[in-house]
Design a protein around this ligand. Structure first.
Ligand SMILES: C[S@@+](CC[C@H](N)C(=O)[O-])C[C@H]1O[C@@H](n2cnc3c(N)ncnc32)[C@H](O)[C@@H]1O
Length: 381
């Protein structure tokens, strides 16, 4: 069955039947999902009704998960029909936690994660945005669905610097993103870089006689890594636990260009590669993200939708795990941040959102930022 959409599309409805009925197997390059976190809260948006009137609360979405008849039926169905590791895991959750909210939340997430795994291309990636309330259980679910070998990172996003909830524990200031590849051997991943911090620049870089900033880097790698190998280059061989980080021809090219420092006997220094600042892309982003600010009260991008995520967070994920023209899906798309990032970076996008009240918000956001109109520039289903 081909996908039941051919261009950028916004679906309104429950994502489970939409994923099952409208998405073909292995058709999506990148999935970011930011589902409700089991916060046991109902989120509201306030809409100004008019002058002099009180703002009217609209329910944006519920984040409470009673163990009801529908949950029991889904649980029983999964215990019969899911893969063996998933059946065992769900039964363990039930035994450990009982028929409670957290178990109901995990039962709700399970068939959705199974579907998301099905529709990912072999080169595809999934980022599940959650917080410590349930991240450890969600990781077990993802391990059972994707296989432990396809787990890539647990990214910590420090969303704020301090929180008031410090009376009975430490302030809760971070979210987590669980990043999995459909297949670790084929996954599309491109490192993303950030500019060096001034303190790092001052500590690591020096100026040469021509005023160019440079850094001296190691020419060797641990014996288990590096593409060079163990050999004698111009009178020097790396120690027992090390090897050259590049092939002999490349070392020779650097030597001839004067890009390797020498010791007093004229032999190459193992830590002697001269690299100029303008050749460096910056610091590769690690799994600890403390440089992306949450969407605060005064942020320009703020729409007033609860749990809106910063555009920069989505841009980073899309840059790392997709190319222009890729298909990006957000099955819990809230106020549409992923769609905006995808449109900005020339990716194709599909968003699914349960709450019909967000339709006007999505459509206005896409029109204001890109001049896009529903049905003309993208489909609404
Ligand atoms: C945490 S918010 C996502 C926020 C989003 N990342 C953003 O930046 O705006 C979760 C969203 O998932 C939606 N949602 C909850 N259950 C859903 C379901 N079964 N199908 C589709 N959307 C759902 C909620 O209405 C809510 O808008």
């Amino acid at each position: 069955m081909p996908n039941l959409f051919t261009k950028n599309t916004l679906f309104y409805g429950d994502n489970l039947p939409i994923l099952q009925e409208c998405f073909s197997t292995e058709s999506i390059d990148l999935i970011y999902l930011d589902p409700p976190f089991n916060s046991k809260r109902d989120y509201m948006v306030f809409k100004e009704e008019g002058e002099g009137e009180n703002p009217a609360p609209l329910q944006a979405f519920k984040d409470t998960w009673p163990w009801d008849a529908a949950t029991q039926a889904t649980f029983e169905d999964l215990c019969l029909n899911a893969s063996l590791p998933l059946k065992k895991l769900l039964q363990t959750f039930y035994d450990l936690l009982g028929p409670k909210q957290l178990t109901a939340y995990l039962v709700m997430m399970t068939p959705r994660l199974v579907e998301l795994h099905r529709i990912l291309k072999p080169t595809g990636s999934l980022y599940l945005h959650c917080d410590p309330t349930a991240s450890h259980y969600l990781k077990l679910l993802l391990d059972a669905i994707f296989g432990t070998k396809n787990f890539r990172n647990e990214i910590v996003w420090k969303r704020t610097s301090a929180h008031n909830n410090t009376k009975t524990g430490f302030g809760k200031i971070h979210d987590r993103l669980l990043y999995y590849a459909k297949d670790i051997r084929l996954v599309c991943f491109k490192p993303v870089f950030e500019a060096y911090k001034p303190a790092y620049l001052a500590a690591e870089f020096k100026q040469d006689e021509q005023g160019r900033w440079y850094k001296v880097e190691n020419l060797t790698a641990p014996a288990s890594g590096g593409t060079g190998g163990k050999f004698c280059f111009r009178g020097r061989t790396p120690g027992p636990s090390r090897r050259w980080s590049m092939k002999e021809e490349e070392l020779e090219r650097l030597w001839q260009a004067g890009r390797i420092k020498k010791d007093q006997e004229g032999r190459p220094l193992l830590r002697g590669q001269i690299v100029y600042l303008e050749e460096k892309k910056g610091r590769p982003i690690q799994d600890w993200w403390d440089d992306l600010r949450r969407v605060g009260n005064t942020a320009k991008e703020r729409l007033g939708y609860p749990t809106q995520k910063p555009l920069a967070l989505l841009e980073r994920i899309l840059q790392a795990s997709s190319n222009a023209g890729a298909w990006v899906l957000d099955p819990f798309c809230g106020c549409g941040t992923t769609l905006v990032a995808a449109q900005k970076l020339q990716r194709n996008w599909v968003g699914i959102e349960l709450n019909l009240q967000t339709a006007a918000l999505h459509q206005k956001r896409l029109e204001d930022l890109f001049g896009l109109f529903p049905q003309r520039d993208y489909e609404v289903k």
